[in-house]
Design a binder for this molecule. Structure first.
Ligand code: C2E
Ligand code: CA
Ligand code: CA
Ligand code: CA
Length: 280
C-alpha cells in the first residue's frame, strides 16, 4: 500500500523539517493520504542491552503531506482513531513492514531471530475480524506470527479491559507476542494488568529520558525491570539517548533498549546502511 522506497531520506528523522504549525489535518486529508500512499513506515532498531546487538525493529508510521511536509503520528493517529481509519493504517503498516521484515530476516540471518514490533490501537480491540486479516498477511509474506510483537499502550489496555482480554488472547492463540507500551504512565491496577497476556513491558520514555539525572526515574526503571523479571516478561527501555543510561540498564538487567543512542527510526534504505555498519 505504501511507496516505501520513495520516502525522502530526510523524513526518516523524527525531528526533521516540521510541518507548518497551522496544519490541522481533517479525516478527509487522511483518507486522501491513505489512498495516495502518502503514508510510509520507518523502522527503529531494538537492541539487546547486554550485547548491543539488534534484536528486532519497531515500525513507526509517518505522513509525508504534499504541501505541509512531514506529519508525525501524534498528530494523526488520534484523528484516525476517531474517524474509523485506524485499522486501515494498521493494515497499511503491516503491508509495508512484512515484506521488508521477511527480507531483513534473511539478509541479517547472523543476528538470529529478529522480531517486528507493530503499534496497535485500542480502537481495533473490538474488531476480531482484524486478526484474520493480519494472519493472512503474515502467511502471504511468509512471516511467522511468533516474530510479531503487537504493542498496546497501557491506557488502551485498561480503557476496555474485557475487549482487550478477548482480542489479546486471540492474538496469543495465533502465536503473536504482545507488549505493554508506555508502561508506568497509566493509572491501572497492577492486578488487572498482569492478568493480560503480555510478554514484554516497555518502560516509558519519560522515565528513560531522565534516568541519567534523576534518582527517582532510575528507581522506577529498576522497579519495572524487576517486575518484568518476576513475571517472566521482557523489559524494554525506550528513548535511550545517552550511554550512561545504557550502562545503567545493563547493570540492572534490563533486556532490551531503543533510542537515538543506537538509531533513530529509519527508512528501509537507511536501515540497510545502518545494519551493514552494525554488522561490521
Ligand atoms: P511509541 O510507540 O511510544 O513510539 C516511540 C516514540 O519515541 C516514536 O515516536 C519514536 O520515534 C520516538 N523515539 C524513539 N527513540 C527516541 C529517543 O531516543 N528520543 C526521543 N526523543 N524519541 C525517541 P513517533 O514515531 O513520533 O511515534 C509517536 C507515537 O505514535 C508512538 O509512540 C505510537 O504510540 C504512535 N504510533 C506510531 N506509529 C504508529 C502506528 O503505525 N500505529 C499506531 N496505532 N500508532 C503509532
Ligand atoms: Ca510503541
Ligand atoms: Ca512507548
Ligand atoms: Ca508513546
Amino acid at each position: 500500500l505504501f511507496d516505501a522506497g520513495g520516502a525522502p531520506a530526510k523524513a526518516a528523522d523524527a525531528r526533521g523539517p516540521s510541518p507548518s504549525p497551522v496544519f490541522m489535518p481533517a479525516a478527509a486529508d487522511l483518507e486522501v493520504a491513505l489512498a495516495q500512499k502518502n503514508l510510509f513506515v520507518v523502522y527503529q532498531p531494538k537492541i539487546h542491552c547486554s550485547t548491543g546487538r539488534v534484536s528486532g525493529l519497531e515500525a513507526l508510521v509517518r505522513w509525508q503531506h504534499p504541501d505541509h511536509g512531514l506529519v508525525t503520528p501524534d498528530r494523526f493517529i488520534p484523528l484516525a482513531e476517531g474517524a474509523g481509519l485506524i485499522d486501515g493504517i494498521t493494515l497499511a503498516v503491516l503491508n509495508d513492514a512484512l515484506p521488508w521484515f521477511a527480507k531483513w530476516s534473511s539478509d541479517y540471518e547472523e543476528l538470529g531471530e529478529l522480531t517486528l514490533s507493530i503499534n496497535i490501537s485500542a480502537r481495533s480491540l473490538g474488531r476480531p475480524e482484524l486478526i484474520d486479516t493480519i494472519v493472512a498477511l503474515c502467511e502471504r509474506s511468509g512471516v511467522s506470527p511468533s516474530k510479531l510483537i503487537f504493542e498496546l499502550t497501557e491506557t488502551a489496555a485498561m480503557d476496555e479491559p474485557v475487549a482487550a482480554l478477548t482480542l489479546l488472547t486471540r492474538l496469543r492463540v495465533h502465536g503473536f507476542m504482545l507488549s505493554l507500551d508506555d508502561f508506568g504512565t497509566g493509572y491501572s491496577s497492577m492486578l488487572q494488568l498482569v492478568r493480560l497476556p503480555f510478554s514484554e513491558l516497555k518502560i516509558d520514555r519519560s522515565f528513560v529520558a531522565s534516568a541519567a539525572t534523576s534518582q527517582e526515574s532510575r528507581a522506577v526503571i529498576r522497579c519495572i525491570t524487576d517486575l518484568g523479571r518476576s513475571l517472566g516478561m521482557k523489559t524494554t527501555a525506550e528513548g535511550v539517548e545517552d550511554s550512561a543510561t545504557h550502562t545503567y540498564l545493563q547493570e540492572i538487567g534490563c533486556d532490551l533498549a531503543q533510542g537515538y543512542l543506537f538509531s533513530r527510526p529509519l527508512t528501509p534504505m537507511l536501515l540497510a546502511n545502518w545494519m551493514d555498519k552494525h554488522l561490521e
